[in-house]
Design a protein around this ligand. Structure first.
Ligand SMILES: Cc1cc2nc3c(=O)[nH]c(=O)nc-3n(C[C@H](O)[C@H](O)[C@H](O)COP(=O)(O)OP(=O)(O)OC[C@H]3O[C@@H](n4cnc5c(N)ncnc54)[C@H](O)[C@@H]3O)c2cc1C
Length: 445
């Protein structure tokens, strides 16, 4: 309550709300929370977000809502994420579960959602609320996307994601896990099975790997599989895919400066590595991830080599990694992303002793097999969509990382919600779609 009371209730539009991709009604929930009205505050937070308790935990608030908080000009900004998490956990505890919305008139139409990450789950929720029958097809054994198969449990506990999935099942969303859209199950098959529209939310999980000599040495690893095998138990993985890396006493170097790199660094610390080093080619200011995550990583004892890039991996006779040759960088003119591009400094090469290297250079899209070539895909493997989130195949929509490339939970949720609205307009052009919003508010009245 004391933290929420720090909000000075900025006039419309509150800058924190403008900075949130979902335009969450932050000021309203802070005012209610400041008054101890936690259930009402939580209900308001659920109106615009499908996973407020998860956004409260992992959104980079320091780059979004909290970065615009007016209090932050002279003091610490209001801890918006922490309040969001608290009011929603309070509501879970008091009510026992997330209150369901009022059922909408059933349209009798079915929609397939491919990919059970946040984009797919938000789209599925918004569609069932509008009266559609929704089936989610997911390649992995469990729903959640990168929230389960990527982000480590020390940042986001898996039961929090499972609780969301249980809620969606209660709403009537059907899940077909361990089912991959591809040559065996195509988009045509889905339409032939009676689905009238499809939403593709398959993320962007293909690792970007620049060719660096020595990458084939034992001891050079790719970030996402490393995170998955070391943060999940066998119960959540396809049969036979579970193992753990023994990092006890090892010298670990992680290449990259985004959230994935920070998660690899912090996982390595937890696995008992003797020394954990982050190598990043720009400065801290230009790191793509959350500042908060960099701060936590430093607090855990990780060393940072900034303005540094790998040149080659060096190994012993048996083919095991022993060192990485690196080169110092300086920043030149801004590139297409607006960030200053790093330029190698001649003759500045040096070596870092390493016996376990993890490459976290980012991701490209990995589009589904589409024999007819009917889906337009960009060079980075992500889908092209129009302003209604529809792809070049009428009735097939897409969003989240599958369209944007690697981005954030909150933008994936936004895309899923927007696509659900667009699918509704596409399938029921004259329908007055009933949304849940009034329903969930009424259940608190
Ligand atoms: C290590 C890591 C840490 C991150 N940390 C943060 C953070 O702290 N805060 C933040 O906001 N964001 C973070 N992100 C980014 C965030 O997780 C993603 O932006 C978000 O999950 C994207 O959601 P999505 O639904 O588009 O895709 P995803 O979450 O990638 O989900 C896609 C789903 O589609 C499934 N799929 C793929 N292909 C097929 C197919 N052919 N058939 C069926 N299913 C398929 C996948 O198995 C997956 O379940 C992080 C990302 C990573 C990798």
């Amino acid at each position: 309550m004391r933290e929420a009371q720090r909000c000075v209730e900025c006039k419309d539009p509150p800058p924190c709300e403008e900075a949130c991709p979902l335009h969450n009604r932050i000021r309203d929930w802070l005012v209610l929370a400041a008054d101890g009205k936690f259930l009402q505050a939580a209900a308001i937070s659920r109106l615009t977000s499908n996973m407020p308790e998860i956004c409260g935990r992992i959104c980079p608030q320091d780059r979004l809502c909290e970065s615009e908080c007016i209090i932050g000009v002279k003091n610490k900004p209001v801890a918006i994420g922490a309040v969001e998490r608290f009011i929603n956990e309070y509501a879970f505890e008091k009510l026992g579960r997330i209150p369901g919305p009022k059922r909408a008139w059933r349209t009798g139409k079915r929609v397939a959602v491919v990919g059970a990450g946040p984009a797919g789950l938000a789209c599925a929720e918004e569609l069932v609320k509008r009266g559609y029958g929704v089936t989610v097809f997911e390649a992995m054994p469990h729903a959640g996307g990168l929230l389960v198969y990527g982000i480590p449990g020390f940042k986001l506990e898996k039961w929090v994601v499972e609780r969301r999935v249980e809620y969606l099942k209660r709403l009537g969303v059907e899940f077909r896990c361990s089912t991959r859209l591809g040559p065996e199950l195509t988009l045509d098959d889905l339409f032939n099975q009676g689905y009238e529209a499809v939403f593709i939310g398959i993320g962007a999980q293909k690792p970007k790997n620049p060719k660096i000599p020595g990458m084939d040495l034992h001891g050079v690893h790719i970030a996402l599989p490393f995170l998955v095998r070391n943060n999940l138990g066998p119960d959540r993985l396809p049969a036979g895919q579970w193992s753990r890396d023994d990092l006890d006493g090892k010298l670990v170097t992680v290449f990259g400066g985004g959230d994935t790199a920070m998660d690899c660094l912090r996982t390595s610390v937890r696995l008992g590595a003797a020394r954990v080093v982050c190598v990043y080619r720009r400065d801290e200011e230009n790191m793509p991830g959350s500042r908060q995550e960099v701060k936590r990583t430093k607090e855990e004892g990780v060393e940072f080599f900034l303005y540094t890039a790998p040149v080659k991996f060096l190994g012993d006779e048996a083919g095991w990694l022993s060192k990485v040759e690196c080169i110092r960088m300086e920043l030149g003119e801004p590139d297409a992303s607006g960030r200053r591009s790093p330029i190698p400094v001649d003759g500045s090469n040096f070596e870092i002793e390493t016996d376990f290297a993890i490459l976290a250079f980012g991701f490209d899209g990995n589009p589904v097999h589409d024999a007819g070539g009917k889906l337009k895909v960009r060079k980075d493997g992500c889908y092209e969509t129009d302003e209604n989130k529809m792809t070049s195949w009428p009735g097939v929509f897409a969003g989240g990382d599958a369209v944007r490339g690697p981005d954030l939970l909150v933008t994936a949720l936004k895309d899923g919600r927007d696509a659900a609205g667009a699918i509704d307009r596409y399938l029921s052009p004259r329908s007055e779609a009933v949304t849940c919003q009034e329903g969930s508010l009424r259940s608190y009245a």
